[in-house]
Write a protein that binds this ligand. Structure first.
Ligand code: 6AU
Length: 271
């Protein structure tokens, strides 16, 4: 897998909004350009009250909120309703990091029915390529039904690379996942990865970002935002513990936001 060559690296998010064939990617690139933020936040906290309070606090700083909704112990439909209201209030999009990876028939039921009915409220969900392209096709069918009913487009991010030590996603796997994305560019908004993947019409989001730690005791590997956005040419940094365990989460979010945005500005205007 090649990093995006130097010219596409210089394209702005606004220019990329104009060339993508994906409605969700277009909306996200436009939001990033207008709100001037390429920061995503994941409040991986146990209670709905903490989860919603952190989102209300950090919401003004982010383009994308990443949830693990099934980790919120007392989650119910009111939590999801309030989450949607906060997305409107602060103008961010929602990605649930469910990492769908099952056969198509089951993926469909989990995505559109089951306990969390993700398609109804999550602009985007994450999907592994493990089970092949049928997982993508299955979710796309449900997204199309939802769009027919509501006029609202949905998308996915394919997990093409992982941040943790010892993961099994090798170069060939990454290549195959990117090819899967290229087969369905109208539904695949982009990739979760550690370097820019696909072409400039796709968004690459990078987790494993922290400015004060190098890793955790369970193999997570952290890099600073400048590494992802500047050196590796990715588009959105995903920050969890770097923000929600900070003494002042809003101050921390502002610092990540400023550093990630500066790395982007330096990238599009190289000296
Ligand atoms: O900043 P952290 O380490 O507190 O949180 C990182 C978040 C977690 C992980 O589930 C997720 O990013 N993640 C992912 C995603 C987004 O799919 C992939 C990966 O390779 N590494 C990773 O940490 O919510």
């Amino acid at each position: 897998v090649q990093s995006t060559p130097s010219k596409p690296r210089a394209l702005t998010y606004k220019e990329r909004a104009a060339i993508t064939e994906n409605a969700v990617t277009r909306k996200l690139f436009t939001l990033m350009h207008e709100k001037k933020t390429n920061l995503a936040f994941n409040p991986d906290v146990p209670t709905a009250a903490e989860f919603l309070a952190l989102i209300d606090l950090v919401g003004p700083e982010i383009c994308l909120l990443k949830t693990h909704i099934d980790m919120v112990e007392d989650v119910d439909s009111s939590t999801i309703h309030q989450l949607q209201e906060l997305a409107q209030k602060h103008n961010f999009m929602i990605l649930d990091d469910h990492k769908f990876s099952d056969i198509g028939a089951i993926a469909q039921r989990k995505y559109a029915r089951g306990k969390f009915y993700f398609v109804e409220w999550a602009d985007l969900v994450t999907v592994h390529g493990l089970a092949g392209v049928n997982t993508v096709k299955a979710l796309k069918q449900e997204a199309e039904k939802f769009q027919k009913k509501t006029g609202v487009a949905r998308g996915i991010f394919l997990v093409a690379q992982m941040s943790c030590e010892g993961n099994l996603l090798d170069e060939n796997y990454t290549h195959e996942v990117v090819e899967m994305g290229k087969q369905h560019p109208d539904f695949v908004a982009g990739f979760i990865g550690q370097e820019s993947l696909g072409d400039p019409g796709f968004i690459t989001c990078t987790p494993g970002i922290n400015i004060s730690q190098k890793g955790d005791s369970l193999g997570q590997q952290f890099n600073p935002p400048e590494h992802a956005i500047g050196d590796c040419g990715t588009d959105i940094v995903i920050v969890g513990r770097g923000i929600y365990t900070a003494a002042d989460p809003l101050k921390a979010a502002r610092e990540y936001r400023a550093r990630a945005w500066k790395a982007y500005e330096d990238r599009i205007r190289p000296d």
